[in-house]
Design a protein around this ligand. Structure first.
Ligand SMILES: Cc1cc2nc3c(=O)[nH]c(=O)nc-3n(C[C@H](O)[C@H](O)[C@H](O)COP(=O)(O)O)c2cc1C
Length: 190
């Protein structure tokens, strides 16, 4: 396995969280799953509005296939051995005054990162997925216009790289990042 090299020291949890695709197909317990949502719930949000909402399904539920069929073919190709799929929403308006929140997606992003970090710490495979049918999800899962659909997550137990489709095996490595000098600017944009 390749190694990530940070430019400056960071906590190993942040450095080594990643998005594998290989999963064993084993169940993830109810408590393990709820710990992910618990982690998400402690994220900060504007006005402490907590705009995150999560709709989940597990393999042992009748609705599994309905969620799985939302995935595009690329993601269907590897996500079969996941134990849970989670659709993540953001409530568009603040609850205290029903005015639009500019940061609802930002807030939910923070909650999602908490979820992903907790999953990594719990030795689960957490993979964010944009490749699914957002319109179909809205109608099939009864999601009203009050909410943005942000992303989906697959959750599973770690599996073997060899069990992935061959085309994906070589992608099962730590990805790298841009250098800080491309991302961080003193005073104004260049
Ligand atoms: C919002 C979001 C959507 C993503 N959608 C997909 C997806 O549809 N399919 C996929 O295989 N990976 C998806 N990814 C995973 C990214 O490709 C991955 O996070 C990125 O390459 C960085 O790798 P790392 O998470 O291992 O550090 C998504 C990630 C995020 C944050």
């Amino acid at each position: 396995m390749n190694k990530r090299i940070p430019e400056y020291p960071v906590h190993e949890l942040l450095l080594n969280r990643w998005s594998p695709r290989a999963m064993s197909g084993e169940p993830v317990s109810h408590n393990e799953l709820m710990s992910l949502f618990e982690a998400a719930k402690w994220a900060p949000s504007s006005y402490n509005n907590q705009p995150w909402r999560f709709i989940y399904v597990t393999k042992d539920m009748e609705q599994w296939q309905q969620f799985f069929d939302l995935l595009d073919p690329f993601n269907e190709n590897w996500a079969g051995p996941a134990w849970a799929l989670i659709v993540v929403l953001s409530r568009k308006n603040f609850e205290y005054n029903d005015e639009p929140s500019k940061t609802c997606s930002y807030d939910v992003g923070a909650a999602c990162q908490n979820l992903a970090l907790q999953g990594h710490a719990s030795n689960l495979v957490i993979h964010a997925i944009e490749g699914f049918d957002y319109d179909k999800a809205r109608s099939e899962l009864s999601i009203s216009d009050e909410y943005n659909i942000e992303v989906m997550f697959s959750v599973g137990k770690p599996g073997k790289v060899e069990d992935l489709p061959e085309s994906l095996q070589k992608r099962e490595i730590y990805s790298d990042r841009k250098k800080l000098q491309e991302l961080v600017f003193k005073g104004k944009m260049p």
